[in-house]
Design a protein around this ligand. Structure first.
Ligand code: SF4
Length: 318
């Protein structure tokens, strides 16, 4: 049963932002003082980084180049916080007006825990852009009510930090937005996305993160989640998938191959750029050869011991 997991919602919320904060606060090239180290762990986001572009992974994990907070990503963090807190209220009080009313307070809380997000609106003295942005967050929260009914849900976990170690020694870790457990014991893993649902041909990529979490839960609890559910607030869609053990075994093989590829790149120093249309969202074009930039000096030679790729701080499983 997932409900046996040791979790702290507060810790998990802080952990969600910790990775971003660590990147934002680390000076450029902070990792260069010491040698590059192959990772001992993977999170879905870092695994996705490497699959999207190995050089992007290097910039984020090895070089720790700072990244500016974006309005879209920060709005996502804010909406997640509201949807987490929403379940603090008794079922009958989980209404749209109440959920919308949580937005300003959660924004204040986010600015306190991550002061750098305040820079997003530093050039908005009248607060007009901020008001519009907060209104968009409220609309996303309201749309969620058209997709799920919180008065009928009692999550077992929210913002659950999970971690497990595979037989190979690779640690998998991440934060699950919501875990529901039916009376039958069946487990549903839910993730909120503030963007739009992908086209069907890209659904597999979107499900990768969910299968990653399902694998972790399976390894921790010996239970294959019954359903994986992605809730897209941007487009009002819900994408579900019911995994079987063979799916999760495939994901495990894929992650091990990925881990090996990352290890090879770390040791050789060869991190190939993989330009796609996603480069438009990349903060590191100035350092990317594909855009005429030069990466920071690579921190060779390599040490043999590993350290994590994600600045999260607690064990989430018993
Ligand atoms: S700009 Fe594109 S190719 Fe270059 S590091 Fe970023 S994602 Fe990779």
């Amino acid at each position: 049963m997932v409900c046996g997991m040791d979790s702290s919602i507060e810790d998990a919320s802080q952990a969600r932002g910790a990775d971003i904060v660590a990147q934002a606060q680390s000076p450029v090239g902070a990792a260069q003082a010491s040698a590059a180290v192959p990772p001992a762990s993977l999170s879905p986001s870092r695994a996705s980084d490497f699959m999207q572009c190995p050089l992007l992974y290097r910039f984020r994990v090895i070089d720790r180049l700072p990244e500016k907070p974006s309005e879209a990503a920060t709005r996502g963090t804010l909406v997640h916080a509201v949807l987490e807190r929403l379940f603090d209220a008794p079922a009958a009080e989980r209404t749209v007006p109440w959920a919308r009313s949580l937005v300003p307070g959660q924004w204040d809380r986010l600015r306190e825990s991550r002061p750098e997000v305040g820079e997003l609106f530093a050039d908005d003295p009248e607060g007009e852009r901020l008001a519009r942005w907060l209104g968009e967050a409220e609309q996303l929260v309201e749309r969620w009510f058209t997709l799920e009914d919180p008065s009928r849900l009692e999550p077992v976990e929210r913002e659950l930090f999970v971690e497990t170690e595979l037989e190979s020694g690779l640690r998998l870790r991440g934060i699950i937005d919501r875990v529901d457990v039916a009376a039958t014991g069946e487990v549903r893993i839910v993730d909120y996305k503030t963007g739009k649902a992908p086209r069907p041909e890209y659904a597999e990529g979107a499900l990768f993160q969910m299968k990653f979490y399902a694998l972790v839960v399976w390894r921790l609890k010996n239970v294959v989640p019954r359903r994986l559910q992605l809730v897209y607030l941007g487009s009002g869609d819900v994408l579900t998938y019911d995994p079987v053990p063979a799916d999760l075994q495939r994901v495990e093989r894929k992650l091990l191959a990925l881990w090996e590829a990352i290890r090879e790149a770390t040791e050789s120093g060869v991190w190939r750029p993989r330009p796609t249309k996603l480069c438009g969202w990349c903060d590191h074009q100035a350092h990317c050869p594909e855009f005429g930039g030069t990466p920071p000096p690579y921190p060779l030679p390599v040490r043999s011991a590993g350290s994590g790729d994600l600045a999260q701080g607690r064990m989430g499983a018993d």
